[in-house]
Design a protein around this ligand. Structure first.
Ligand code: GDP
Ligand code: IMO
Ligand code: MG
Length: 429
């Protein structure tokens, strides 16, 4: 059974939640491998909308087991809130949710440190979600972090907490009461790397759900304007304890345009009325913080980079419908920097910041795409746009999403996705 990684190819919010939810009935397990409750993954089912932050987007399917891997940082208070809200809406967690013993905790001093650090950075601030994700990974790397397993050992937990509090006591006003959340999350804490290995041996298929995206990766993103974890495909291994030899393919998720929340370079950022129009049509406001997302044209330099860094086999393209009314579309094919044409994404942050996009203009289709069932039903000019994007990023699309609903999805002919999961086609009929 295939084990597949799903990752964002841009700066996040590409529609990973929709894609993972849509594919979840065709796998046995969905495992989150990076990030924390900085993520906001939206799943729309009819009139119901769910925004998942720490829990994998497979949780709405009763037969799908969901794992929070060791690469994730968990804020127990926020997790419990999310769990309770799901249970209130009839979602079954018992027997379906498994949390790694090795996942690090986001403690109350972490958001405090996050905000303090942002305030200090002034105009160089990152624009974090303020959830304490960065400082939690700092403690993990500094080897003073507290892990889920520590919640199960009161003595060890106290010891580690006291050490941390002593270090951070200028910020921390009160000792943390861990007991309340320990009772609620303890039944879900387990050795998830061992479980995943056993499940795969039994023939289960696992989908690794990425959070954030390629350009926010700690090593491969637009440092320092990134998040603090390995959000690219390689992170699926370290973030769950599954070896690379067990992974069969990688699916990128990309918007038909680009968005970014927070600070940092964004070569194809739109200005003026068009940015407002796309933001309004795409409802481009953060699913976690509600901040307006910065909007930009499709950047094929970023697309090619994501293909290379993640080894993408295929891409799920989302939000095509948002471009339906545009007269002309722009696609960035390369950057210009000091008279030079760059077709590969530059590693140097000063080059990215100064890069000027070289655009190709493509005529808009000015017709609705939502509801199309096949690629052939799409307006010819929309098909041309898609073909050009595929050509530029060097990867074929496996699905085209034209709305937030599960069935507002076109499956492309002959893609790795339908080879891995043949039942996807009949589920969309
Ligand atoms: P994620 O973080 O990658 O899971 O993405 P978000 O949930 O933060 O943002 C994507 C938003 O676009 C959500 O509100 C989705 O419901 C919505 N969405 C997903 N696919 C489509 C699509 O094809 N068209 C439209 N109009 N909305 C979509
Ligand atoms: P999903 O999974 C978009 C951005 C923040 C900020 C930077 C660092 O929904 O795609 P952090 O709080 O992680 O230290 O903030 O990363 N960021 C996201 N942007 N989608 C996300 O998640 C994000 N998670 C973090 O806006 O620029
Ligand atoms: Mg999101």
């Amino acid at each position: 059974m295939p084990n597949i990684v799903v990752v964002g190819t841009q700066w996040g919010d590409e529609g990973k939640g929709k894609v993972v939810d849509m594919l979840a009935p065709h796998v046995n397990v969905v495992a989150r491998f990076a990030g924390g409750n900085n993520a906001g993954h939206t799943v729309v089912v009819g009139r119901e909308k769910y925004v998942l932050h720490s829990i994998p987007s497979g949780i709405l399917h009763p037969g799908c087991r969901c794992v929070i891997g060791c690469g994730v940082v968990v804020d127990p208070g926020s997790l419990i809130e999310e769990m309770e809200a799901l249970v209130r809406r009839g979602v079954q967690l018992d027997g379906n949710l498994f949390i790694s013993k090795n996942a690090h905790l986001i403690m109350p001093y972490h958001p405090a440190l996050d905000l303090a650090s942002e305030a200090k950075l002034g105009k160089r601030r990152i624009g974090t979600t303020g959830r304490g994700v960065g400082p939690a990974y700092v403690d993990k790397a500094a080897r003073v972090g507290i892990r889920m397993a520590d919640l199960l050992n009161e003595r060890l937990f106290r010891e580690k907490l006291e050490l941390n509090v002593a270090q951070k006591n200028r910020l921390l006003r009160e000792i943390y009461d861990a007991e309340t959340f320990t009772v609620e999350v303890a039944p879900y804490i387990t050795d998830t790397a061992l479980l995943l290995s056993r499940w795969m041996e039994a023939g289960y298929s696992v989908m690794f759900e990425g959070a954030q995206a390629t350009m926010l990766d700690i090593d491969h993103g637009t440092y320092p304007y990134i998040t603090s974890s390995s959000t690219t495909a390689g992170g699926a291994c370290t973030g769950t304890g599954v070896p690379p030899t067990k992974i069969h393919g990688v699916v990128g998720v990309s918007k038909a345009y680009t968005t970014r929340v927070g600070g940092g370079p964004f070569p194809t950022e739109m200005t003026g009325a068009i940015a407002e129009t796309i933001r309004a049509r795409g409802h481009e406001y953060g699913a976690t913080t509600g901040r307006p997302r910065r909007c930009g044209w499709f950047d094929a330099v970023v697309g090619r980079y994501a293909t290379r860094i993640n080894g993408l086999d295929t891409v799920a393209l989302t939000k095509l419908d948002v471009l339906d009314q545009c007269e002309t579309l722009k696609v960035c094919v390369a950057y210009r920097h000091r008279g030079e044409t760059l077709t590969d994404f530059p590693e140097d942050e000063t080059v990215v910041a100064a890069a000027e996009p070289i655009y190709e203009e493509i005529e808009g289709w000015r017709a609705p795409t939502a509801g199309a069932k096949n690629e052939a039903d799409l307006p010819a000019k929309a098909r041309r746009y898609l073909e050009r994007l595929e050509e530029l990023i060097g990867t074929r699309f496996c699905l085209i999403s034209t709305g937030a609903q599960r069935d507002e999805t076109i499956l492309c002919e002959d893609s790795p996705l339908t080879r891995w999961f043949p039942s996807v086609r009949s589920s969309l009929m």
